[in-house]
Design a protein around this ligand. Structure first.
Ligand SMILES: NC(=O)c1ccc[n+]([C@@H]2O[C@H](COP(=O)([O-])OP(=O)(O)OC[C@H]3O[C@@H](n4cnc5c(N)ncnc54)[C@H](O)[C@@H]3O)[C@@H](O)[C@H]2O)c1
Ligand SMILES: O=C(O)C(=O)C[C@@H](O)[C@H](O)[C@H](O)COP(=O)(O)O
Ligand SMILES: [Zn+2]
Length: 365
């Protein structure tokens, strides 16, 4: 590894490492160490594949005799679908992938979730290595083993827990990330501060300009601190029986917004929906006497600094969103459960949140 790279261990029954640093996509020996069999399916998308897939293939070819095949899905959330999933299963079948095959997911969270789910299902589970290329994927989706596809009825409704064998976050890939996608990634970064690290929120506020300018001296530490928080939670609660649900702060609103918009076209992306969702959750918390309005105001100011939305997109019906939330995976027969905010750095899962309180924040006066 280069001197500049960092390693974070994710503990649990099947531990793995997250490596963060420049140039990791070229580390063929380190990547090839995770190839056990004769087949590698390198999954990417139509933006990322042309930029980085050939480099990964060359790095692997120098260190393993395994056959490496590249499959590129269309860029964007619509690829996280039953059709996208079926297409990857066909690729694995055409490759003749055996149980010791390895899937590499090169891209953002869409590629990671989709390729991860295909790997979870192929022959009941083959190896997956995550090569995240968005900020959001580096700090969140590549870690922890949640894989999924969307249905029209709801986000991530079909999926499996299937942790990666390793994560390689090559921070130089962030240089080509569109500005909007960089900002979207900061929503999940801010989430860690909001739910478990108030001082991180202050640090993000102090370094916002440098972070948005992609200054590696602050961006890499932001990625590492976020990954360390996620790694700690998923090691303790890999299957979301308890505290892992806190990582869903803002997501009950976000997923309802994403599903209600439909997943294609000019819509809020996941990070943007999470930003709006966190502020709605903060406002709901204040309505229920938990966090203060002042705390919600500070969160809004921080999201504003990162150019993130803090309100629902126009034209969505509050009742339709509420109906969507009943499909949230945290909901139980008893009703909706939300991750709510006590104060910066502390959140909790709250059951039996009254519909009226939710509708009040969705329909501000
Ligand atoms: N599994 C999890 O724990 C988890 C966590 C958070 C989010 N997610 C999921 O992740 C998805 C969102 O991921 P995302 O924000 O990475 O979006 P994305 O995967 O759609 O990527 C965003 C856009 O950036 C492009 N792109 C990616 N890397 C690039 C690069 N280095 N240079 C140029 N272009 C690049 C992509 O082609 C795409 O157009 C959602 O489906 C969300 O539900 C999953
Ligand atoms: O890893 C987790 O746990 C999370 O909740 C991280 C979220 O940022 C992510 O969007 C996740 O995919 C949401 O999970 P879901 O179970 O609500 O579909
Ligand atoms: Zn998320």
């Amino acid at each position: 590894m280069t001197a500049a790279s960092q390693t974070i261990e994710v503990g649990g029954a099947r531990p793995y490492r997250i490596r963060i640093g420049p140039g990791l996509l070229d580390h063929g020996a380190a990547l090839a160490a995770h190839v056990r069999g004769r087949h590698v399916l390198l999954v990417s998308d139509s933006h990322v594949g042309p930029l980085y897939a050939a480099r990964v293939v060359a790095a692997l070819n120098a260190h393993t005799p395994a056959q490496v095949v590249v499959a590129c899905v269309a860029a964007g959330e619509t690829a996280k679908s039953l059709d996208g999933f079926a297409a990857l299963l066909r690729e694995l079948a055409d490759l003749g992938a055996t149980r010791d095959a390895c899937v590499l997911a090169l891209g953002g969270g869409v590629v990671g979730d989709l390729a991860g789910f295909a790997a979870a299902c192929w022959m009941r589970g083959i190896d997956i290595v995550q090569l995240p290329t968005t900020l959001l994927a580096m700090v969140d989706s590549s870690v922890g083993g949640k894989t999924a596809i969307d249905l029209a009825q709801g986000k991530n409704l079909v999926g499996a827990f299937h942790p990666p064998r390793a994560v390689f976050a090559d921070t130089t890939t962030l240089r080509t990330l569109p500005e909007r996608e960089l900002r979207a990634g900061f929503a999940e970064v801010i989430k860690y501060g909001a739910i478990m690290d108030a001082r991180f929120l202050d640090w993000l506020d102090a370094h916002a300009d440098a972070l948005l300018a992609r200054d590696d001296a602050v961006l890499a530490p932001a990625v590492a601190r976020s990954c360390a928080h996620k790694a700690a939670i998923v090691a303790r609660d890999p299957l979301e029986h308890g505290e892992r649900a806190l990582l869903n702060f803002g997501h009950t609103f976000a997923h309802a917004i994403e599903a209600e918009q439909g997943y294609g076209g000019d819509v809020m992306n996941h990070g943007e929906a999470v930003a709006a969702g966190m502020l709605l959750a903060a406002r709901l918390s204040a309505t229920l006497g938990l966090a203060t309005d002042a705390d919600a105001g500070r969160l809004q100011a921080l999201l504003d600094r990162f150019g993130l939305p803090t309100a629902m997109p126009p034209g969505l019906s509050a009742d339709a969103l509420l109906a969507r939330m009943r499909m949230d995976k945290k909901a139980a027969a008893g009703g909706l459960r939300f991750v709510l905010w006590d104060r910066p750095g502390t959140a909790r899962l709250v059951a039996d949140v009254p519909d009226d309180a939710v509708l009040d924040v969705l329909r501000p006066a």
